[in-house]
Design a protein around this ligand. Sequence first.
Ligand code: HEM
Length: 415
Amino acid sequence: MSTGFPEVNLADPDLYAEGDPHAAWRTLRERAPVHWQPVSDTLGFWSVTRYADVERVLEDHASFTSEQGTLLSLLGRDDPAAGRQMAVTDPPRHDRMRAPLHRALRLRSAEAHADLIRAGVRELLPEAPPGEELTFDLSAACAQLPLVVLGPLLGLPAADRPRLVRLAMMCAAEDDPEHQLPGGPAATLERGHRELFAYFADLVRDRRRRGEPADGHGDLVDVLLAMEVDGRRLTPGEVLSNCYSLLLGASVTLAHVPPATVLELSRTGRYAHWATRPELIDGCVEEALRWASPASHFMRHARRPLDLAGVPVARGDAVVAWLGSANHDPAVFERPRVFDPSRRPNRHLAFGAGPHYCAGASIARVTLRLFFAELFARYEEIEVTGAPRRARSTFLSGITHLPVRVRPRRKEVAR
Ligand code: HEM
């Protein structure tokens, strides 16, 4: 089957590193909102790029399953975690796995950990004497941001953070030359999975040996170990598969929101304007999430023959919902290519929609709020001083290097 738009190839990781995915998404939204993308003679996928179709595909779990893999990197292969890992398990089993984890994440998230997150954020951002400018790589500074949050939640030693970030990037951006191993994308994925699973296998083994926490306040690993689904506890393999999912869900997304935002604020000269309006911090976080859309896509497979916005889709076909495109659909967002923290409403789909709506959304929001509050309080001005480097990945939309020069605020006006 021909695409009809040979200039558009959403499966090409170069599009996201060097091309203009927004132009490609716009073409499809306007001219082929349900679009067949061949990958080989026997393999391909449907792309949906309009907000309404993306929302439908993610919400309608009766028509679209997550159990055949949710990332394009798994196209044409079975997902061994299906039914065992929450993110790739369909309702109703999914809902029984999600409830206790969601409760724990909500409870533990936000305010309970705010002091810890704030302290972690302060360590990430370099300080300079007032009046002296400072240059650094903002993306490198943000790389550890997810682990500042997830470390305490999963009880991960601080010393392990750099290694975990590197392994997570191997699993989420296996096409990126900075993270790819000499053996290529498949070897990178395989090694990343293997090492992360081995890491969590040790962690889970230690935790089982230790038993119930004496103070009754366990971390998320304890929640998973105590979880009963359909009358039985999760197996150790299921526990570590869900630890892996939490690590990946958090670490490849959160870190990429601030650099994308700062790049745009620097480009438009609007940093100082928004940085001095703390009353808009929540709006700024929502707009940053929409703007960055760090998880570019999620995939589903049709459970039955169906009609998708007038296009017949066969049972078993892969359908990829492009969140980054939905979040810039002019049918829903006025002037979508303008970064506007005062945008109301801002019903972005950066956290997805439906039963798999991001389990870490509340904690991600708190973390970003604390991060931007600290950034705005600390630096009066930020200027991007070199070319940003974008990740070569169909999944992760992120800037992996962003050289900046900052001018710290005078102490008496900061915070
Ligand atoms: C800016 C930060 C984040 C973004 C943009 C993001 C995005 C998403 C999206 C789009 C989904 C839906 C996947 C699907 O429909 O198949 C999702 C699911 C998930 N996210 Fe996040 N996420 C973020 C942060 C986090 C954090 C901090 C955690 C952990 C603490 C986390 C854990 C999860 C988990 C476990 C799921 C699966 C939920 C389920 O299947 O019910 N995420 N995330």
